[in-house]
Every structure is written in structure tokens, then in C-alpha cells.
Design a protein around this ligand. Structure first.
Ligand code: ADP
Ligand code: MN
Ligand code: MN
Ligand code: MN
Length: 383
């Protein structure tokens, strides 16, 4: 047994079993002058998973518009039928590649059909659903630009072994009840901090505006925060941070899941609390604006629940039970420092009479473009 890694993980994961001392020999090879690798990353038809593929470039891109549009097989990503499967990747944001380093890049893309329309899905069922959520989010952000909307998202996630059991949990039983694990330290409190540390550094290197990280209430559950970011960049940054998380965990032979309730029963679920402010909320006496926004949110609860997980509310049904620091999916509520409410006003903001609000409803696997679009349309554009 490798120190600190349960046997079952090593045996089940070919990635963890590979000899990790061999790769650096190749990564250190000098490569032809002027050539770089660009890994294009995009969201697939599940609205939840990311895909990626690499191409060689003979220049260093500075702006997404420098980069070529590229094609991919939409039918293998639940976004097209086999007979008409060519789809297009439009580069929207460039990050430094923490895996290949040097001048190599990660390129976030949004997805389009051959007719130039944003991607949709026909997977499993006949109903068409937009799967390029960025396209309409960007329109809302442009319309709301003068209000300078800021977002900070708290991304919770759970580490699983290859059997999809939370990492470090006994195979035939459960860890002790929740209590000691949140922000915990020690070998019997937290599992796989290596992954958390590697992810944090990789995000900083990449240029993701990561704000912090902490161990969560359920053992093997963690959180990091991205933000504050203005406008559309919150979605771009959060999606790239998720790609980096899955990619780092892959190297360790561990699965990172964004499922909002990985373990039923008396275990906390996982959310993506979304902290939101406008310029007026951040200014003196902004609390009045925060209260106005909460009033609008109270009258649009259903619309927000539908936008806050990839299954239109079905995923959050398992999580928003009114227990385990959540509100009930059926009711809207708001309160200062209240972690059982839909919307929480942080105590510091109530005291300073300005700042931001926290929407606690978005599920960990939400699409941040959908969540932030809904907030902007309800609170700023009054739609
Ligand atoms: P919690 O107390 O709910 O665990 P965190 O510290 O995890 O809160 O996250 C708070 C988030 O709020 C951070 O990601 C931060 O970037 C974000 N944030 C701070 N100020 C603002 C603001 N004015 N507007 C939007 N987001 C903000
Ligand atoms: Mn937090
Ligand atoms: Mn949390
Ligand atoms: Mn929070």
C-alpha cells in the first residue's frame, strides 16, 4: 500500500498505478522553437461535464480572437445526431496551462452548431435544450454592464474512489457523524488534502481568480471559492477551475464529483452558493438595494430553482430539504446570517449596511452561466 492511499483506489485506478517518475523525462524535452500546445475545453451536453482536446499552434495567443475556431464530434458529446455531428468550438478565454507549463495554454470555448446557432442537446430524449448557456448569459451581462455585477461562487465538491464511494470512508460502514470535519485538520478528519493544494496552486498559475479553500462538513467534501469576478468572467473562470479540478484528481486516481447529494441520509449535500452584488449594493447604504433585490428574488423563486441545477430542479430536490444547512426547495426565505435561508445577508454586510447577498440555492453541479444570468435578469433587468 502506498502511504496515505487506500488499496482499493490504487488497484482500481490505472492512473494512480502508473509510475509517476517517467512522465517528467518527456515533459522536459525541448520542443521546436515557436510551437505550443493549446488544450481546448468545453461543456458537453450533460451541462455538467467538461471535454478537452489539444492542438499544436505556431504562435502564442494573447486574445481569444487570435485562436482558430475548431470542430468536434457533437454526437459523442450528447449534442448532435451522428448523421450531422460536426460542431464548433469558439474560444472565449485563455489560461496558462498548469499541467504543461511554459507558453502552453488552456482555452475555454463555447459550442455552436454548423448553422451558427448555439449548441443544444438531443441526448436520451427528444426534447431540445440549450447546452451553450454562455450565449444568453453574455447578452444579459452586456445589458446589465453599467451596474457592474460581481459574483463570487463557493464551489463544493466530493472526492470519491474508483468505486464511487467517498474517499477514505470505510468500505463496510460509515465515518463518525458530522461535526469534526469542517475546516478540519488531521488524518482522521480530512482526506486527500494533496488534491486540494495541487488544485489551488494550479488555479493560481492558470490565472483563475480563486479566493480560498476549506474542508467541508462531510468527510471527503471540500470547497473552494472563485471571485469576485465581474460579469461573464465568473462563468469562464468557474468552468476552467472545474476542469483543473477533474484533471488534477485524475492524476491522483481519484474522482471529483459535483453531485449535490452524493450520500443520502444524515450527510451534508454540496452547493455552489453564489455571492452577488451590484455597484449600488456596494456603495453607502447599499443595504436598501440588497433588500430590493431580495424582494424581486422572492417573487421569482421557481424560475431560479429551474436555473440552479442542470435538471431544472430535480438534482436540488435531493439537496434542498430544509435540513443540513439548506432551505426547503418549495419556499423562499431570507435572513441575516441565516444558513437555513434561500438568501443570506452576511452579518458583516448587515452591520456595514452595504455589500452583497448570498444565494444559497444553486446546486454544486449548476451551470454558473445560468445562475448568474437568472440573478441579473431578475435583480437588474427586471425581466
Ligand atoms: P461563506 O461564509 O458563505 O462560507 P465564503 O468566504 O466561502 O463565504 O465565500 C464568499 C465569497 O463571496 C468569496 O468568493 C468572495 O469572492 C465573494 N464576495 C465577496 N465580496 C463580494 C461582493 N461584493 N460581491 C460578490 N461576491 C463577493
Ligand atoms: Mn464558503
Ligand atoms: Mn461551504
Ligand atoms: Mn456560503
Amino acid at each position: 500500500m502506498v502511504h496515505g492511499m487506500p488499496n482499493s483506489t490504487l488497484e482500481a485506478s490505472p492512473n494512480a498505478a502508473l509510475n509517476k517518475t517517467i512522465l517528467p523525462k518527456y515533459m522536459d524535452l525541448p520542443i521546436p522553437e515557436g510551437k505550443i500546445q493549446a488544450m481546448y475545453v468545453w461543456v458537453d451536453g450533460t451541462g455538467e461535464n467538461v471535454r478537452a482536446k489539444t492542438r499544436t499552434l505556431d504562435f502564442i495567443p494573447k486574445d481569444p480572437s487570435d485562436l482558430p475556431i475548431w470542430n468536434y464530434d457533437g454526437s459523442s458529446c450528447y449534442q448532435a445526431e451522428g448523421g450531422n455531428s460536426d460542431m464548433y468550438l469558439y474560444p472565449v478565454a485563455i489560461f496558462n496551462d498548469p499541467f504543461r507549463r511554459g507558453n502552453n495554454k488552456l482555452v475555454l470555448c463555447d459550442t455552436y452548431k454548423a448553422n451558427g446557432k448555439p449548441a443544444d442537446v438531443r441526448g436520451g430524449h427528444l426534447e431540445l435544450v440549450d447546452t451553450n448557456k454562455r450565449h444568453s448569459c453574455l447578452k444579459a451581462m452586456e445589458a446589465a454592464k453599467d451596474h457592474e455585477p460581481w459574483f463570487g461562487i463557493e464551489q463544493e465538491y466530493t472526492l470519491l474512489d474508483m468505486d464511487l464511494r467517498p474517499l477514505g470512508w470505510p468500505k463496510n460502514g460509515f465515518p463518525g457523524p458530522q461535526g469534526p470535519y469542517y475546516c478540519g485538520v488531521g488524518a482522521n478528519k480530512v482526506y486527500a488534502r494533496d488534491i486540494v493544494e495541487a488544485h489551488y496552486r494550479a488555479c493560481l498559475y492558470a490565472g483563475v481568480n480563486i479566493a480560498g479553500s476549506n474542508a467541508e462538513v462531510m468527510p471527503a467534501q471540500w470547497e473552494y471559492q472563485v471571485g469576485p469576478c465581474e460579469g461573464i468572467s465568473i462563468g469562464d473562470q468557474l468552468w476552467m477551475s472545474r476542469f483543473i479540478l477533474h484533471r488534477v484528481a485524475e492524476e491522483f486516481g481519484v474522482v471529483a464529483t459535483l453531485d449535490p447529494k452524493p450520500m443520502p441520509g444524515d450527510w451534508n449535500g454540496a452547493g455552489a452558493h453564489t455571492n452577488f452584488s451590484t455597484k449600488a449594493m456596494r456603495d453607502e447604504n447599499g443595504i436598501i438595494e440588497i433588500e430590493k433585490a431580495i424582494d424581486k428574488l422572492s417573487r421569482n423563486h421557481l424560475r431560479h430553482i429551474q436555473a440552479y441545477d442542470p435538471k431544472g430542479g430535480k438534482d436540488n430536490e435531493r439537496r434542498l430539504t430544509g435540513r443540513h444547512e439548506t432551505s426547503s426547495i418549495h419556499d423562499f426565505s431570507a435572513g441575516v446570517a441565516n444558513r437555513g435561508a434561500s438568501i443570506r445577508i452576511p452579518r458583516g454586510c448587515a452591520e456595514q449596511k452595504k455589500g452583497y447577498l448570498e444565494d444559497r440555492r444553486p446546486s454544486s453541479n449548476c451551470d454558473p452561466y445560468s445562475v448568474c444570468e437568472a440573478l441579473v435578469r431578475t435583480c437588474i433587468l427586471n425581466e
